[in-house]
Ligand binder design. Structure first.
Ligand SMILES: Cc1cc2nc3c(=O)[nH]c(=O)nc-3n(C[C@H](O)[C@H](O)[C@H](O)COP(=O)(O)OP(=O)(O)OC[C@H]3O[C@@H](n4cnc5c(N)ncnc54)[C@H](O)[C@@H]3O)c2cc1C
Length: 424
């Protein structure tokens, strides 16, 4: 059986229900594409989406419980990536029924991968200052400009594009949001190599790229509001951490649909035990505390103090997430706070891991004495304080939107974009 009985009570024994669904459906010989389709049909691929968009309408807490139950069952998770994390919730909120039917099913079953085409060389924190233009051309839009930092742009089938459709309006009001097909003549994707050795993100150049008129999500000029939905979901998702299950890459370019799911799970276990980027949570904390014991460093009072600092921050994060789930206690800033804590956790894990391994850090964590994940943690720690809005921007949002402090003065909210001073 692949369809969940939506009338059943899910409150009392959600985990049992997920686990019995898995017992009925999981088979390590299934292909990735088949398993993802089963998850999509059941609503468990993205249970937080409304039912009309292929989800189960669950709260964030309940959706996370489903993801944890899938992870605990040691089976493969739903398709990861920015389609699932950002595009699906944004389209569910702002898309027409036709757009929901066109885009969301192929996100839920992993057939199409997405990237986020927001940041530009001179528009990151000041996203509303972006310069990519979309010009109406009959039934289409023609898009010209450059994006940068586009995570997984090289494997994306579609991009969440924010472009300027009206330069005569103030900068926040002249933007529109589109779903752009990546595989076309007018789009060139150039992968960038990071210091981790990977090419996680790309530059994307658009020269008269074509976007169909019905691919505009929301109304013309409403792009800032739609983009803010994407950004709010991004902050909250980054802060909530990951369930930690085995994953395959979605999309037609990665083309992993024919892999056997049992092999994906086995491979993922090998990777998690080794150098693969582990998430900065309680499991990694215990791994490093054990490493400190093994290397005899656990008697160093400074190290002990640092370790307990990391542990305390993990607990603070947990409390913040709990508060985010209680409507009556929410301040509206929990997503920003969670994102700030995530940045700080990444920095603290970096520092404490280097203090544990001491001079072995010069071997980039490759010493058999230590833990090969450390090189990854140390190199990766620079990213989280920047992506999804930098730490400073999170603090600005908390100050201005949550605490109601006065906004920075300046002409940019009312002056037509065309008349604003530019760097380039
Ligand atoms: C790993 C990674 C993945 C990413 N993936 C994507 C992606 O998929 N798609 C995408 O569109 N973008 C992506 N980004 C880009 C990211 O969103 C931007 O890098 C970020 O918004 C900062 O913009 P910027 O790099 O232009 O820095 P700037 O905006 O130039 O900021 C430079 C510095 O000035 C500070 N600053 C700027 N304005 C203010 C202000 N008003 N008040 C106080 N301080 C300020 C910033 O905090 C920062 O320290 C990614 C970035 C990283 C690191």
């Amino acid at each position: 059986m692949s369809v969940v009985d939506r009338s059943a009570s899910v409150d009392s024994s959600l985990e049992d229900e997920v686990s019995s669904w898995i017992d009925d459906n999981w088979d390590p010989n299934l292909r990735v594409g088949e398993w993802w389709q089963l998850l999509a049909d059941s609503g468990y691929a993205h249970p937080g989406l409304p039912q009309a968009a292929g989800g189960l309408g669950y709260s964030q807490t309940k959706a996370m419980r489903v993801m944890r139950a899938i992870a605990a069952a040691d089976v493969m998770g739903p398709p990861p990536g920015l389609g699932m994390m950002l595009a699906a919730p944004t389209i569910a909120e702002h898309g027409t029924p036709e757009q929901i039917a066109r885009y969301i099913p192929s996100i839920l079953n992993g057939r199409e991968a997405w990237c986020q085409l927001f940041s530009e060389p001179v528009a990151g924190s000041d996203l509303a200052g972006l310069q990519t233009r979309a010009v109406a051309d009959g039934d289409e839009w023609r898009v010209t400009g450059q994006k940068v930092w586009t995570s997984q742009g090289d494997i994306a089938d579609l991009g969440m594009l924010v472009a300027r459709t009206d330069g005569d309006l103030p900068k926040h009001r002249g933007l529109s949001y589109f779903a752009m097909v990546m595989d076309q003549d007018g789009v060139e994707v150039r992968p960038l190599r990071e210091m981790t050795g990977r090419t996680f993100f790309s530059e994307v150049f658009m020269d008269n790229a074509v976007v169909a008129a019905d691919a505009m999500i929301g109304q013309r000029g409403d792009g800032w509001r739609v983009a803010n939905t994407t950004l709010a979901v991004e902050r909250a998702s980054i802060g909530a951490g990951s369930a930690g299950f085995a994953l395959a890459q979605p999309g037609s370019k990665a083309n992993q649909f024919e892999r056997k799911v049992g092999e994906v799970v086995a491979r993922s276990k090998e990777k998690r035990a080794g150098a693969h980027a582990p998430s900065v949570g309680l499991k990694l904390f215990h791994r490093y505390a054990e490493l400190a014991r093994r290397l005899g460093r656990n008697t160093d009072p400074l190290l002990r103090q640092e370790l307990i600092g990391v542990y305390s921050l993990l607990m603070v994060n947990r409390l913040n997430l709990q508060r985010a789930r209680q409507k009556s206690q929410r301040t509206g800033g929990e997503g920003n706070i969670a994102k700030l804590i995530d940045s700080e956790l990444n920095r603290q894990f970096r520092d404490v891991s280097l203090r544990i391994i001491q001079a072995d850090g010069m071997l980039a964590g490759r010493s058999s004495q230590t833990d090969s994940s450390i090189a990854e943690v140390v190199l990766y720690a620079q990213g989280p304080p920047i992506y999804g809005g930098t730490d400073q921007i999170q603090r600005n949002i908390l100050g201005e939107r949550v605490m109601g402090l006065p906004k920075e003065p300046g002409p940019d909210k009312s002056t037509p974009f065309n008349q604003l001073p530019r760097n380039v």
